[in-house]
Structure formats: C-alpha cells, structure tokens
Design a protein around this ligand. Sequence first.
Ligand code: NAD
Length: 428
Amino acid sequence: MTLMVPSTTPAATTLISPGRQALDTALFQLDQAADRLHLDDGLRAMLATPRRSLTVSVPVRREDGRMDVVQGFRVQHNTTRGPAKGGIRFHPSTDIHEVTALAMWMTWKCALVGIPYGGAKGGVSVDPGSLTTRELERVTRRYVNEILPIIGPDKDIPAPDVGTDEQTMAWIMDTYSVNAGYSVPGAVTGKPAALGGSLGRTGATARGVLIAALKAMPGSPEGRTVAVQGFGKVGAPAARHLADAGCRVVAVSDATGAVIDRSGLDVEDLRTWVKETGGVYGYRHADALSHEDLLELDVDVLVPAALEGAITAQNAPRIRAGLIVEGANGPTTPEADRILADAGTTVVPDILANAGGVIVSYLEWVQNLQACSWSAGEVDAKLRELMESAFDTVAQTSAERGISLRQAAHVIGVGRVAEAHRMRGLHP
Ligand code: NAD
C-alpha cells in the first residue's frame, strides 16, 4: 500500500507551500511515533489520512457590491475517541494541507491531555484585516452554512484560531442555532460568556503555556528573559502571564514588526498600544528589531506563538534560548528539531504546550451540555490539573525512552488513538 508518509525528513529547500510543509512535518512526526509503537501498515494508513475533508467555495458580497469567492475547508482527521474538535483559521495562505496538518495535531493533542475528542480544523483563505466587520460576518456565516452538515455538538465543535475570535464564535453559534431552530451553545467553544462561553477560555491557551513553561524551567522564573513571537490571542496573554510570574519579557513580535527593551517591556502598555494602532510596530518605549533577530536573541525562553515553520534548519543553529515553549502549532520543522536537540535545547512541543485552549474548550462544552457554569477558579484548577498531569506523563516517557519531549508526546497521543482504533475494530 502506498502511503503519503515520508520516511525521511522533508527537504527545507524544496519549493512547497507552507501548508504542505506543515503536513509533511505532521506526517513525519506520525511516522516516527508509529515506528516506536510498531503500528501495522493498516493502522498507519488510518492515522495518516483524515476521515473527512470538505472544501467549500464561500461567496462574499463586498461593501461596494462586488462578489468575491474564497476557499474554505473543514477537516476531521479522527473521531475514534469522540467528536472532532478544532479551531477555525482565517488567513490568506490557509490551504487544505495546512488544515489537515492542524487537524492531525488536534487528534494527538486531545488524546495526550485525555479529553474525549478527535481532531479537526477549519480554515478560510482570507485576510480578515482586509474585510470590514460586516464582510467578515458574511464570510463567517456563509462558511458555516457550507460546512453545516458535518458540524454540531455531537459531531465536530469549532473554536477560535488565527484570525478568528469570540465574535466569530458568536456568529457561528448564531448561524448554527438559526438552522437548528433553537439555541445550541455547545455547537462552538470560545464564545463570549454572555452566550455560554466558559470563564477562563479567552486566556486558556496562554495559561497552559505558562504552566508548561514553569514546569520545564529549571528553578525559579524570577528574572528569566523571554522573547515571544506572535503577539495575538496566545502570545500577548502568555507574555503577560510570564511577566507576572517574574520573568523579564524583553522582546515580542507580530506581523507588523518586532520590538525589544532589554530592561523588560511593560506588556500591558504594549497591549494597549497594539489595540490602538493595530500592531507592535512603532511602540515608543522600545527599540525596533527584525523578525529574524527576535528568534535568535540571547534569552532564556523563546515562545513561538505565531504560525508554522518559524524555526527551521536555517535559523535553528543560531537560536540561543535554552527553552522553547511552543504556543503556536507546528512552529518547528523536523530538521530544526534535530539541530535544537543536538544543541541541548529543551522544546516543550505544541501538542502539549498549547493544549490549554482545547482543555478549556472541553470544559466549556461540558458546561454547555450540562446547562451549568463553573467559576473561573474551578475552570483554572481543572486546566492546571490536566496540563500538569499531561506534562508529567510526557516528561516521564521522555526520560524512560530516552527521547525528546516532542517524540514522547507523539508516542503517547498517537498510541492512545491507535489503542482506541484497536478496541473499536473496523465496521465493514
Ligand atoms: P492570532 O491571530 O490571535 O495571533 C497571531 C499573531 O501572530 C498575531 O499577532 C500576528 O500578527 C502574529 N504573526 C503573524 N505572522 C507573524 C510573523 N511572521 N512574525 C511574528 N508574528 C507574526 O492567533 P492565535 O490564536 O494567537 O494563534 C497563534 C498560534 O497559536 C497559532 O499557531 C494557533 O494555531 C495556535 N493556537 C491557538 C490557540 C487559541 O486558542 N487561539 C490554541 C492553540 C494553539
């Protein structure tokens, strides 16, 4: 049987799309885990291919009356352990390969942290910054209508990702509910609290990043220097949490630029600047820095929290942070991983480090299904328990098998999904 699983690391210089590169990375990681777990070819094929992929055309009426058509995707990689779960990304370079990779990582992530979901992801290849709010609402509602047959609280539950937020989730909840004929809060997570969103969901991914960073940090966080790539829904609150924990956040970047202040940035003041101006570029209390230089700064901790493929074979040899905590999905290529491992850099992998978001999404869904709401303290305690327990399991497997934290996380995640497949058997 021919599988699309590459047996060697994909060449970084090949001219392939970032999405295809992300999928190659995901397949390479699966292949490695499958080898360690001695999975047979049939199971490998099941795990290497999504159960369902939907590509849709989304017509959007622009304010000037023109009609544009953009592509949308929803991929359900696996539903063996429960309904599919995963964010929706609005980004111009999103394609079916990227969405498939992200869906696959969601499958392993949910299994790793022990929540009863499979993995999914959605995307629309559109730049949300180029649309008015009304255009964005029309794109969202039309995209949801197109993928409506395959989503729902028992089937596949979307959440925010790059370029989408609470407001997007509110429109999705409304579109789904209007079609159902009654309110269905459990159809989507990351909603505003007024619609049944969970307390603590907004900053949950960042809280998880902090928990993972503190677990991985040797000794006290006091005075440790941090650089954060990506100052969005994950990176900005993660910077804030790390600063609150005693770290010195010296540099951050976003799509508009990068800024540095060696004495420590005032993260809250920078967030206010970003709200007012749209990006970190031009922030008056810091110096400008290039995107590349931020990643290579001499800091204790680097938090990539933007997009895939940020740390590659090209820049990995120059990365000086001793600890990398992956807020983003897939920020490190397999070649870079090897270079970092040889250099003794600790990498807390994405499927562990950024799992706080899907953990609190799960808690939101449980509250919606039970028609109840928990306090912020209860949500935070559950998040901490699941994150810490997953971290400990990964660290233990890594030590026992003499493999990296990423390899350990994939062995656990893939292993649990494979086990579920074996137990269920195959329906004719
Ligand atoms: P977001 O859209 O809120 O923020 C993304 C940030 O990255 C923005 O500040 C953007 O300007 C910046 N950025 C884009 N290109 C950049 C570049 N080349 N250099 C530096 N910065 C750049 O998205 P988000 O929700 O914060 O997601 C960020 C990452 O975290 C993604 O990989 C996403 O899949 C992952 N993630 C998000 C969640 C969540 O709950 N939102 C959960 C788990 C994982």
